[in-house]
Design a protein around this ligand. Structure first.
Ligand code: FAD
Length: 430
């Protein structure tokens, strides 16, 4: 029996499993096993809309067992702790699994660049839990700011600083602007338009690197028009509860800091004796194989492809292309055929800028504004896995035109270090 193990149930892992199951699922001498710590596939492009209470968290995830349906592959919900390449064994939180072929698709994590205070005092923004927690924090801040009598304190409480001017940071801050403008200000009687402040900090000289300069400039102007402050060439050097310090030594008082600063290699792969790039992502060759270990393939955000920088960017289409090739190369290898080499170049870029605005480049065509926003919505609805989820998200969007956002706080944000200074002060209790 040949066992093919895929690690990670994200875009890369699910695509690898789909192709492997389609091509090899009928073979009784082959076992296909997917291992992931989450039992669902998360549709990350809609995470900003979860943070802004526009879309319900459950509507952007699809349970893996539903996706599997009648397919043959097995699924094990478990956490990968490390991989022993020499023994061909994966160490999990609840046991070990041996493999004959391995596809690593564990994604990446957000780098903190060893900046003091980030882990403790900033919110991460990568998983469904992160987006839900961010949402609850934002609403909690609004609830407390609503009865804060001092306008300066109120504005500080409602200052949200997003660090990272890539498309994730830009899409998030645009959604937050919508949340404040269309929900918080009209709903909370103690909060006015001048009481909130949204700040985007980016270390490089431009936001939206990788997006065509014309579109990046349009996006910058749009954010500026919406009143979002953008500071480029601004490196964060420390984060504290309620304070962000930048390179010049200047500090900014904030209510909440969100860290959205790129992707680095997965910590469970840190112990592998393999080559990596400067971000700690595992180096694979053009066949998606880890050099020196032809039975091990890597795909998605966890890896970088030697000699193919354009194919190594951390976006969904790249992860899907890697995964399809890795799966096809496993099939080819088992059939005694030579492997294929990656051929991928991004076909465009779509960046949502909140309600009724986006910038889009597809197959060399660039457009922005309302048509781009319609295109963004239509494409992402189409790409959502499962008809039920498509209906649920379309309903969320439709209902938002007529009804207020559902901002019930589901989990009381813990007494945390992220916005400790905003805890209710009891001085007015009497
Ligand atoms: C907020 C946000 C918005 C984004 N928006 C877009 C967008 O609009 N368009 C776009 O193209 N890309 C977008 N991306 C990037 C895109 O999500 C990634 O490039 C893509 O998900 C990479 O796929 P992957 O399979 O490598 O990793 P992932 O999709 O992250 O999957 C990794 C999987 O591994 C699992 N896993 C992690 N650690 C372990 C472990 N120790 N044990 C077991 N399982 C584990 C995870 O739970 C997950 O299921 C966005 C990312 C974020 C964070």
């Amino acid at each position: 029996m040949t066992r093919i193990v895929v690690l990670g149930g994200g875009f890369g892992g699910m695509e690898a499993i789909r192709v492997l199951d389609k091509r090899l699922g009928h073979r009784t001498d082959i076992e296909i096993l997917l291992i992931s710590d989450k039992n669902y596939l998360l549709f990350t492009p809609l995470l900003p809309q979860v943070a802004s209470s526009l879309v319900e968290p459950r509507h952007i995830v699809q349970p893996i067992r539903d996706i599997r349906g009648r397919r043959r592959f097995r699924f094990r919900r478990d956490r990968v702790e490390r991989v022993d390449l020499a023994a061909r064994r994966v160490h999990l939180a609840e046991g070990v699994v041996d493999y004959d072929r391995l596809v690593i698709a564990l994604g990446g994590v957000t780098p903190t660049f060893n900046i003091p205070g980030v882990e403790r005092h900033a919110l991460e923004y990568k998983t469904l839990e992160d987006a839900s927690l961010l949402r609850d924090h934002l609403i909690d801040l609004a609830e407390h700011a609503d009865h804060e009598p001092d306008p300066a304190v109120r504005r500080r409480m409602l200052t949200v600083c997003v660090v990272g001017g890539g498309y994730t940071g830009v899409e998030l801050i645009s959604e937050l602007q919508d949340l404040f403008e269309s929900y918080v200000v009209p709903t909370y009687r103690g909060i006015g338009p001048a009481d909130y402040r949204l700040l985007l900090l980016e270390a490089s000289p431009e936001i939206l690197r990788g997006v065509h300069p014309t579109l990046a400039e349009k996006a910058r102007r749009r954010l500026w028009h919406e009143g979002i402050e953008i500071r480029t060439s601004t490196r964060v050097t420390r984060v504290d509860a309620g304070v962000v310090e930048v390179e010049s030594g200047q500090t900014v008082d904030v209510g909440l800091t969100v860290w959205a600063a790129g992707v680095k290699g997965h910590p469970a792969l840190a112990g592998l004796a393999v080559e990596r790039d400067r971000l700690g992502r595992v180096l694979v060759n053009g066949h998606m194989r880890v050099p020196g270990h032809p039975e091990v393939y890597g795909v998605g955000d966890a890896i970088t492809i030697e000699g193919h920088p354009e194919a190594s960017i951390p976006i969904i289409p790249a992860a899907l292309a890697h995964a399809r090739l890795a799966a096809e190369n496993i099939v080819a290898e088992l059939a005694g055929r030579p492997p294929q080499t990656i051929e991928f170049a991004p076909q465009g870029m779509l960046v949502s800028l909140g309600e009724k605005h986006a910038v889009v480049e597809v197959l060399g065509v660039r457009f922005s504004g309302y048509p781009a926003w319609l295109f963004w919505n239509a494409l992402h609805l189409y790409k959502l896995v499962g008809f039920r989820k498509q209906v649920q998200v379309a309903l969320d969007w439709g209902l938002a035109q007529w009804f207020p956002r559902d901002t019930a706080i589901m989990r009381e944000p813990p007494h945390c270090a992220v916005c400790a200074h905003t805890r209710p002060r009891r001085r007015d209790a009497a």
